[in-house]
Design a protein around this ligand. Structure first.
Ligand code: NIG
Ligand code: FE
Length: 408
């Protein structure tokens, strides 16, 4: 019986990530694609006799993994906060700087002033760095506009980044990132405006795939975010939350309560919050870049998460304030050295589990028949090398929806 397929990659080793743990290694393998989806995979020796590929690629003995998924970024912004880095090195805290009108609001100021073209150009440069390290899906949050026109511009830039590069972009509305100056002292009014005006308007323009909020005393309370999330759910949008990054503020429990896809950061999460996440199946998104840049000393409780079976994703948190970094591989290394993940947990964190943090796990994040053919190819001897090397290592090729992008 003949089995016609569009494309076959042969002479590769596969790390399928298609099980609860382990890399899912298949050495000397092949993988076939039809209509942008995986049609067959397995040891090359088991290739179905009748499989006929229109195009065949030689993987040169490299490793092929699911394309990386960066499930938490704030990729679209203008300006730089390098001077805050200097201030922090001289002893100022992130919270002090934010209270003085710097921090997120400084980037809001620069982003509101930037043209769409300037925003696009600056953000595209960061995106290309992610793609170079094997990213095939990226989540991009708004949150540096904080008024309707500026949030719209940021989300539109995120959509355009996806159209003009071979990468899947999932957008997240983060209007609840900070209280903008024009609403100073009126956080409740601002949240009500987000829930009843800004979010519905942007959703109607198909700019929003999910809704996020920043739960901290310097941003919003659980009660305020609960209101916003009710509006999100009424529109059928999934939610996520920046929780317990700088303090134990009840964010993890809120994320579990509202059925959030993920709670992100979690350095200060307490036992009850963890138990609630485990019960609800909330993904923990670990962001070692922000922990490192803020010189935090309290790491997220990885051992407890592991014990409770909380899935752990890893992401760059690419943003100008707390994680000026566009290297997912550096995050793999830091997740291991700073947080104690194993290299295989870290790789699962930017593939299988990251897909779950975006609600895309039925379709992406693993190598399995029927899933989207999004791959990264690496010139390495074993997938553990992806976490071992301290960032700055390019993939040798990417495949998006079955289409080879670069050197493969
Ligand atoms: O994920 N926590 C809030 N958002 C970012 C920081 C944003 C900023 O400082 O510009 C974060 O760390
Ligand atoms: Fe963030």
């Amino acid at each position: 019986m003949t089995m016609p397929v569009d494309t076959l990659w042969s002479n590769v080793h596969l790390a399928t990530l298609d099980m609860a743990s382990g890399y899912g290694e298949i050495e000397d393998a092949a993988i076939a694609v039809s209509n942008g989806r995986i049609a067959w995979l397995g040891p090359r020796a088991d290739l179905p006799r009748g499989l006929q590929a229109a195009v065949t690629h030689d993987g040169n003995g490299g490793w092929l993994t699911p394309g990386l998924i960066d499930c938490h970024t704030h990729l679209v912004w203008a300006g730089s906060r390098a001077q805050e880095f200097e201030q922090r090195l001289q002893g100022a805290s992130y919270t002090d700087i934010a209270a003085q009108g710097g921090g997120i609001l400084a980037t809001v100021h620069a982003t509101r002033a930037a043209s769409e073209q300037a925003l696009f150009a600056q953000s595209a440069q960061r995106l290309r760095t992610l793609l170079d390290e094997g990213v095939t899906s990226v989540e991009i949050k708004s949150g540096y506009g904080l008024d309707l026109a500026s949030e719209r511009r940021c989300l539109a830039v995120a959509r355009r980044l996806g159209r003009e590069h071979r990468v899947h972009v999932a957008t997240t509305f983060l209007g609840a990132h900070a209280v903008p100056t024009e609403y100073a002292g009126r956080a409740d009014t601002y949240i009500a405006m987000l829930a009843t005006e800004m979010l519905p308007a942007l959703h109607a323009e198909h700019l929003v795939d999910a809704v996020d909020g920043y739960c901290e005393p310097l941003a919003f309370t659980p009660a305020q975010l609960r209101r916003l999330f009710a509006a999100a759910r009424a529109l059928g949008l999934p939610v996520k939350l920046h929780a317990e990054q700088l303090s134990d503020s009840g964010g993890a429990a809120l994320a579990a309560e509202v059925g959030a896809l993920s709670a992100d950061h979690l350095e200060y999460v307490n036992d009850a919050g963890l138990a609630a996440m485990a019960q609800a199946g909330t993904v923990a998104v670990l962001l070692p870049g922000a922990y490192y840049a803020l010189r935090e000393t309290r790491a997220p409780p990885v051992a407890a998460m592991r014990r409770l079976g909380i899935p752990m994703a890893v992401a760059t948190d690419c943003n100008p304030g707390t994680s000026p970094c566009a290297s997912p591989l550096l995050m793999l290394n830091m997740a291991c050295t700073l947080f104690g993940l194993t290299p295989e947990e870290a790789l699962a964190g930017v593939t299988r589990v990251a897909a779950r943090a975006l609600g895309l796990h039925a379709d992406r994040g693993r190598l399995a028949v029927g899933l989207r053919a999004d791959f990264a190819l690496w010139d390495i001897d074993h997938p553990r090398e992806l976490a071992y090397w301290i960032g700055g290592r390019s993939c040798s090729g990417r495949v998006v929806d079955g289409v080879a992008m670069d050197a493969i």
